[in-house]
Design a protein around this ligand. Structure first.
Ligand code: ADP
Ligand code: ZN
Length: 750
């Protein structure tokens, strides 16, 4: 499926050098020189593009005593004598990765300061993708029927079916011709049928773009028209800023259709793919097929197929989590990042990257449009859209109204100082009353508490001893449903006991504070006849379970939903009219740069679940601090004022997006070595104007998964090349053995 321009470019890129540079798909590896094999080199010199190696060829090479995959990045860098180099082991039987994608890999490595091998690993992370697909046997009628065979009626039926269909597996053939499988094997044995081996995989069915769409409102149509017009005209970033329930999805589907009609591929990124059953069915309604999916919950064979068909161009549309950004699209024409403000786009382990930002980089290199969609845009995108007075880099498209004339929910605060709940309970009287009203009216309520489990803390009522994780600086969270205490950082589990291990007394251990399970207990106690359900990653761990849950809510099997942030996102529950936020102050504690922004976003999103259809919705926020600026902006519906305030504060402090931040995190099992390395790193710190270096300090979670963690924080003005400074600083820096260094560009938790 390569067009002639691609072919031409590939021919010109065939490498005629004796050595080539390979990004080896290993997290700590860079690019290394390898010798071309005689065969590929001869082919290259002879100008045979089919057998030659070029930039983007996927190969296997010997590395550290084993064979690993890698990507050819170009001619060898030199520096090592060719006779000391190893040769490429094999060229993978796969199409070459295109130039835009290879440039993207290089840009991600340069931006994140990750070794190129780590990025290559994200691209080639699916070993199954590189394997030969499973084979299947198809039967066709023999070209020349052998003499003297008997054509029974059953055999004739088989030949008739094949006459229409051409080729089939034995099982299909037996079913459709309505004969026993013995008939087919006998015919094959008698040479009446010819067997051939083919790949068992079938490309995904292409989306249908000629199906009728919903009738868009004037506002939606105007937004769609602008984006459709930009498709095919190069890089064009949009911020699609629409209130919850404004129908953003239907609007960006129009751009999807336009790009598919132009024969190009589309990538849609979603933050929490597991919970997009509503999204999936809307997609199916619009495009007649299920989308190709890419996320951690899909099986290996599905991944293998998706990866290969994305590369061949036969997968036209992929919807996936952040890692889908590293799929090898051959002909990408549009990227959509839905819920662009979501922190799930930040990958925090291994190669640390922000998928939304890297998606913009990819669209830029690919010269295609990108749509960032949200009801609560990130401050970054807001600033990039020119909303704080800077030169706009993104085009802002607003959808200020809900469809069907639904109003945004009325918001109010419940001051917990004035109307506190009873001791040991968490729902204040006004909220209890509101729930009762909804129950009487047959409407649904949602109680939001972003805390999994039963209680966040268990302590001894006698000596005050707290149960903490042995591997992390964190409390053990009580989980009643599973009967365990669990660390949410490392997964360490223990059985609860009534005995205090510190003071030795019995029956003194007490659960402190609520999690969603404890809230469910209160709901059951207050409303024994109501049907309630808990939605958290503990109760609906799989996409299937999540789908079933959402469906049961939509069908009215649940009166009260109790949920963590999993319920805040994207769902459309027509009969839900009340949202109660149990602890609106929860996210505001702590010194995180984005705490206010994140709280504002999360509470707006969860409130936006209420009253999405004809009945008006209401959101009630329980708080100890109703005068807090974040909450007052939220209550008064002053989103833009909030963003302006937040922008002002960050701008004064030179913080992102007005300045740049990077964290250098050192971690080790050995505390002494950690501090020795931290000291050395600090002593080598560079001095530049416009660059501040804070620390060394204990990292926000000072002990995690058995490793002690320290960090240095680097803040620079926006004009400073922060990557360049870090690259120079760290070029010759080697941590002590057993100490790991992680670089986090634009850290979220510090
Ligand atoms: P948002 O993502 O902006 O919150 P959605 O795209 O989820 O909004 O749309 C909310 C609901 O409204 C969905 O059920 C969607 O199918 C429906 N919808 C959107 N646009 C229209 C329209 N023009 N006519 C009828 N229903 C619509
Ligand atoms: Zn732990």
């Amino acid at each position: 499926p390569h067009n002639s321009a691609d072919k031409k470019r590939q021919t010109t890129c065939i490498l005629t050098s004796e050595t080539v540079s390979v990004a080896v798909a290993v997290p700590i590896a860079g690019a290394y020189d390898y010798l071309q094999s005689k065969g590929t080199l001869q082919a290259a010199v002879a100008g045979q593009s089919a057998a030659g190696i070029s930039r983007g060829t996927i190969v296997t090479v010997p590395f550290g005593g084993r064979l690993v995959t890698g990507i050819v990045m170009g001619a060898g860098a030199g520096g090592v004598a060719p006779e000391k180099l190893k040769a490429i082991h094999a060229v993978a039987p796969l199409p070459t990765l295109n130039e835009a994608f290879i440039s993207f890999i290089e840009r991600v490595a340069a931006w994140t300061l990750a070794p190129i091998g780590a990025v290559a690993k994200m691209v080639l992370s699916q070993p199954q993708a590189l394997q030969r697909p499973p084979q299947t046997t198809l039967f066709t009628p023999a070209k020349i029927m052998p003499d003297g065979v008997r054509i029974t009626p059953a055999r004739q039926q088989v030949l008739d079916v094949l006459g229409d269909a051409g080729a089939m597996t034995a099982a299909e053939l037996a079913r459709i011709a309505n004969v026993g499988s013995g008939v087919i094997s006998a015919m094959a044995k008698a040479d009446m049928l010819t067997a051939m081996q083919v790949s068992a995989d079938r490309p995904p069915p292409p989306p249908q773009t000629d199906r009728p769409s919903l009738t868009l409102t004037g506002e939606q149509q105007a937004a769609a028209d602008i984006m459709v017009a930009a498709c095919g005209t190069g890089f064009h970033p949009f911020l699609l800023d629409g209130v919850t329930g404004s129908g953003k999805t239907e609007v960006y589907f129009e751009a999807v259709k336009a790009v598919l009609d132009a024969g190009k591929q589309v990538l849609i990124l979603l933050p929490e793919i597991a919970l997009s059953s509503g999204w999936r069915s809307r997609f199916a309604r619009r495009f007649g097929v299920a989308p190709v999916e890419w996320h951690s919950d899909i099986g290996n064979s599905q991944k293998r197929k998706a990866w290969r068909y994305v590369l061949s161009g036969e997968a036209k549309l992929v919807v996936g989590a952040r890692s889908a950004l590293f799929l090898p699209f051959s002909n990408l024409g549009l990227i959509i990042v839905d819920e662009e403000h979501e922190h799930a786009y930040k990958q925090e382990d291994q190669t640390i990257y922000q998928a939304r930002d890297m998606a913009v980089v990819r669209a830029h290199i690919q010269k295609c449009p990108i749509i960032l969609a949200s009801a609560t845009p990130s401050l970054e995108s807001w600033v990039n859209a020119g909303k704080t007075g800077e030169t706009p880099r993104y085009q802002h498209i607003g959808l200020p109204n809900r469809i069907k004339g639904a109003a945004l929910p009325a918001m109010s605060a419940i001051d917990l100082r004035q109307t506190p709940p009873e001791r040991g309970r968490w729902l204040a009287p006004p909220l209890v009353e509101a729930i009762a009203t909804r129950l009487a009216a047959g409407e649904q309520s949602l109680l939001f508490l972003n805390r999994r489990g039963y209680a966040p803390l268990t302590l001894c009522g006698s000596c005050g001893h707290k149960l903490v994780c042995p591997n992390c600086d964190s409390w053990m969270v009580a989980h009643k449903l599973s009967g365990q205490l669990r660390c949410h950082h490392c997964g360490h589990q223990t059985r609860p006991s009534n005995h205090c291990s510190a003071c030795g007394q019995d029956d003194t251990m007490q659960a402190c504070g609520p999690g969603v399970e404890r809230l469910a207990e209160e709901v059951l106690w207050r409303f024994p006849d109501a049907r309630f359900a808990v939605l958290s990653s503990d109760t609906v761990g799989t996409p299937k379970a999540a789908d079933a849950f959402i469906q049961s809510v939509i069908e009215g099997d649940v009166d009260i939903i109790i949920g963590t942030q999993m319920v805040a996102k994207g769902h459309h529950f027509p009969n839900l009219t009340l949202v109660g936020v149990v602890d609106a102050d929860l996210g505001l504690a702590g010194g995180d740069l984005r705490a206010a922004e994140r709280t504002f976003q999360m509470l707006s999103q969860v409130a936006g679940r209420a009253g999405r259809e004809s009945r008006p919705g209401e959101a009630m926020l329980q708080t100890l601090d109703p005068e807090n600026q974040v909450l007052t902006c939220l209550l008064e519906g002053k989103r833009d004022a909030f963003l302006a305030m937040e922008a002002h504060a960050r701008s004064l402090a030179g913080m992102p997006p007005f300045g740049q931040l990077a964290a250098l995190i050192l971690s080790s099992h050995d505390e002494k070595r950690l501090h020795a390395t931290l000291r050395r790193l600090d002593q080598s710190r560079p001095h530049f104007t416009g660059v501040d270096i804070f620390g060394p300090a204990i990292a926000p979670i000072g002990f995690l998964k058995g490793r002690h963690r320290g960090r240095l924080l680097i803040r620079t003005d926006r004009s400073v090349d922060i990557q360049g400074i870090l690259r120079d600083w760290l070029a010759d820096f080697k941590p002590d053995s057993g100490v790991k260094l992680h670089i986090d560009i634009d850290p979220y938790n510090f």
